[in-house]
Every structure is written in structure tokens, then in C-alpha cells.
Design a protein around this ligand. Structure first.
Ligand code: UD1
Length: 388
């Protein structure tokens, strides 16, 4: 059984790593080919994740790169079709909701190659989000839909997808999180940022801090929305420093909108100055450093999807800078609160945490670190190679 496993952008890499580990247990049955589309290509967006997650070098690199949505999706489809025709896999596995996910799923089904979608069924019901379109379309054409939570199953059933294609297996990101927790604890990022004394000086936290990520087009490509969020951050930063490893898209927009004055620059964070109040802008971080920062943060502010899940598992309060979420279980059961770009709401929720009234939560029972073995077992047991 020959499987093409696709990864393209930063949030994909921690989702393919556990699948690769689980496939190893079946390496006499499965021939796995790792395909990197090149949607993300900078060291901080791609290579550092291969190092941190101990991923093998991709077998195939498509080098698709950036562009408009149509350009990027089209480039990936054209290049992926070529390798499909040459490699003739029995199955293509795609993860998440980025442009690489839909591009590779679509190229595959047009060649009658079955597709498995990991992290299927999530819906924000906001079709202005590019990821929502990617999720809807990928799920509509996939043969195996591996879902993280019961709400995802419901969404798929409501869209008319037959039960026989839906497999509730849990959250693949949690596999990576639990697997790497001990390694992440050894990261020296807090010392590097001046948030913790070095071990020889006692190793204790010098100050509480909160952690911010922000990159959604609806937040950072719109000056009004970005400014409303910054107004809240500025208030919060008077009480607690905000550590902000910024996505490259966000960094560009900060310059374009002339918003630089609101941030303290920390560069790659190698200065050992003590962090005080303020918003500290950093380069994007690798997986282990970011996990370490998240584990010890007082709370996290984010517009990312995966971080809403990771904070729930780590029981760290999460304020999500969006008006919808495709991960509602992180609200009903977890530590997540939606605050969107509502300046006052962001401040109120942050102050609640600082006053000791932060939300606590519990992860869904199948978020147990064993999602990838469940997926691979299902594929091995049910897969019938197509007659070609
Ligand atoms: C993509 C995903 C988003 C995910 C995010 C995480 C889609 C539709 N969006 O958004 O779901 O949350 O990744 O990071 O697939 N850039 C670089 N170097 C890189 C990659 C990007 O400089 O290695 C810059 C380029 O200017 C590029 C811009 O970032 O145009 C945006 O990259 P792109 O992949 O188009 O979308 P993201 O915003 O990263």
C-alpha cells in the first residue's frame, strides 16, 4: 500500500509527524512518501518544525511558494498532479485546512485516487474564511473523514456525508503535543527572553507573561480591526507583558499600517534583558520553544485554530481573537473564550484571568495522544487497493 502524505504549511507539520510514527509500526505493509508542497518555505515557517518534530526530509518537494489563493492552489495542483501520475499512490492523506490540503485532495480525486482527510468536519460557518472553504471542499471529496470531536461528525452528517466514511478518532495535534511535552520543557526560550532566571540563578520565573499570536487576514489585513486589537493589548500590557512571536504576514502588515510604535522589538529574542510591561515582538518560533512558552503563560491570546485546542489540553486560558470558531468543543469543554476584535471584551476577559477568574477546562476524551495509531489501523484494516 503506497501512501502519499501531504504537508505544506506550518500547522501541517505537527499533524503529519504522529502519522509517520504510527506508519512505522506497519512499514512492511505501507510505503509512505512524504510530500512537502512548499506553501511555507522560510526556515521559521517550515525547516525548524522538521528539526523539532524530528521529521524525515520530504521525499518530494513541490516548491509551490506564495501567491494569491488561486495562484498558490493552482501551482500546488499542477505540481502535485505530476508526482501523482509518476508515483501512482493507492491513497493520499491530507491534514488540516490550508491551501495545500484542498489542492492535493482535488488533484488526487480527479485521478481517481482515494483521499483521507485528517481533521475533517470542523466548521466555523463563516465562508469568508479561506480555511472554511478548504474544509468544506476537502470533506466533500474525501473517502476517509477522520474527525477530532463529535461536533465534527454532526457537521458532516448534516452535509449528507454517509456514516461509513466518518471515523471519530480524536485530535491529531494532541498526539504531537503530548509526545513532545518533556522535550519542550527543556527549551531555554524563557531564559533567552529574560522571563526566567538561568538554572544557576535559581531558574524561577522572573515575571508572569501572556502569549499572543495573530495572523488571520480578517485581523491583520484590516487596519481598523488590527487597531482595535492593539488598543486592547496596550491596556493589558500595562498589567502583564505580552510576548508576540509574529507571523511574517503580520510583520509586513505592521510596517504597512505604520503600527511599529506599539511594539518593543525583541528580534530573535537572544538579548538577555529583563522583560517588563509592554508588547514584545519576536520572530516566529519553532514548535518546542512555542510549546514551552504556552505551557507557562498566564493566558494566551490568539486567532489560530490549533492553539485553541493546545491551550485546552494544557489547561491554559485562551482568548480567541475571532467571532467564530470551528472548534466549539474548546469553548463548551475547554479554556477558550471568543473575544474577537472587541477592545473592551478582550480587556475584560484578560483582566478576569489576572484577577484569578480564568476559565478552566478539560480536553475531550479522545484527545489522548493515540489518534494517529487509530487512523493508521483503520486505513490498514479497511483499505482495498483500487483496480487500475
Ligand atoms: C496559512 C494558512 C492558514 C494557517 C497559516 C499558519 C491557508 C489558506 N492559510 O496562512 O490557515 O493558519 O498558514 O501559518 O492556507 N510567507 C513567507 N514565508 C513563508 C510563508 C509565507 O514570507 O514561508 C509570507 C508570504 O508573504 C505569503 C504570506 O506570508 O504571501 C502568507 O502565506 P500563505 O501561505 O499564503 O498564508 P498564511 O497567512 O501563512
Amino acid at each position: 500500500m503506497k501512501i502519499f502524505l501531504v504537508a505544506g504549511a506550518r500547522p501541517n507539520f505537527m499533524k503529519v509527524a504522529p502519522i509517520i510514527r504510527a506508519i512505522k509500526r506497519h512499514n512492511r505493509l505501507i510505503n509512505k512518501v512524504l510530500v512537502h508542497t512548499g506553501q511555507h518555505y522560510d526556515y521559521e515557517m517550515s525547516k525548524v518544525f522538521f528539526e523539532d518534530l524530528e521529521l524525515p526530509e520530504p521525499d518530494i518537494y513541490l516548491g509551490a511558494g506564495s501567491g494569491s489563493h488561486a495562484e498558490q492552489t493552482g501551482q500546488i495542483m499542477i505540481k502535485f498532479e505530476e508526482v501523482l501520475l509518476e508515483g501512482k499512490p493507492d491513497l493520499v492523506v491530507v491534514v488540516g485546512d490550508v491551501n495545500s490540503t484542498i489542492a492535493c485532495a482535488l488533484a488526487s480525486v480527479k485521478l481517481h485516487i482515494p483521499v483521507a482527510h485528517v481533521e475533517a468536519g470542523l466548521r466555523s460557518f463563516d465562508r469568508t474564511m479561506p480555511e472554511e472553504i478548504n474544509r468544506l471542499l476537502t470533506d466533500a471529496i474525501s473517502d476517509y473523514l477522520f474527525t477530532p470531536s463529535p461536533d465534527a461528525d454532526e457537521n458532516l452528517k448534516n452535509e449528507g456525508i454517509p456514516d461509513s466514511k466518518i471515523f471519530l478518532v480524536g485530535d491529531i495535534m494532541v498526539d504531537s503535543l503530548l509526545f513532545n511535552l518533556e522535550k519542550a520543557k527543556k527549551s531555554k526560550i524563557l531564559e533567552r527572553l529574560g522571563l526566567r532566571k538561568s538554572l544557576s540563578d535559581g531558574g524561577s520565573l522572573t515575571t508572569d507573561y501572556s502569549l499572543l499570536t495573530l495572523h488571520r487576514p480578517s485581523n491583520v489585513d484590516d487596519k481598523d480591526s488590527f487597531s482595535k486589537i492593539i488598543a486592547a493589548l496596550t491596556e493589558i500590557a500595562k498589567r502583564i507583558p505580552i510576548i508576540f512571536p509574529a507571523h511574517l504576514r503580520t510583520k509586513k502588515q505592521i510596517e504597512t499600517f505604520g503600527l511599529r510604535r506599539h511594539f518593543n522589538d525583541m528580534g530573535s529574542g537572544r538579548r538577555k534583558k529583563t522583560v517588563n510591561k509592554g508588547i514584545y515582538l519576536l520572530e516566529p518560533l519553532g514548535y518546542l520553544d512555542f510549546l514551552n512558552l504556552m505551557m507557562q503563560a498566564k493566558f494566551v491570546l490568539t486567532d489560530s485554530g490549533g492553539i485553541q485546542e493546545e491551550t485546552t489540553v494544557l489547561d491554559i486560558p485562551c482568548l480567541t481573537l475571532r467571532d467564530t470558531t470551528e472548534r466549539p468543543i474548546t469553548i463548551s469543554q475547554g479554556t477558550n473564550v471568543l473575544v474577537w476584535n472587541n477592545t473592551q471584551k478582550i480587556i475584560n476577559e484578560a483582566f478576569k484571568v489576572l484577577d484569578g477568574k480564568g476559565k478552566q477546562g478539560k480536553a475531550y476524551e479522545l484527545w489522548d495522544g493515540k489518534t494517529a495509531p487509530r487512523i493508521v489501523d483503520i486505513l490498514v484494516n479497511s483499505f482495498q487497493p483500487a483496480a487500475r
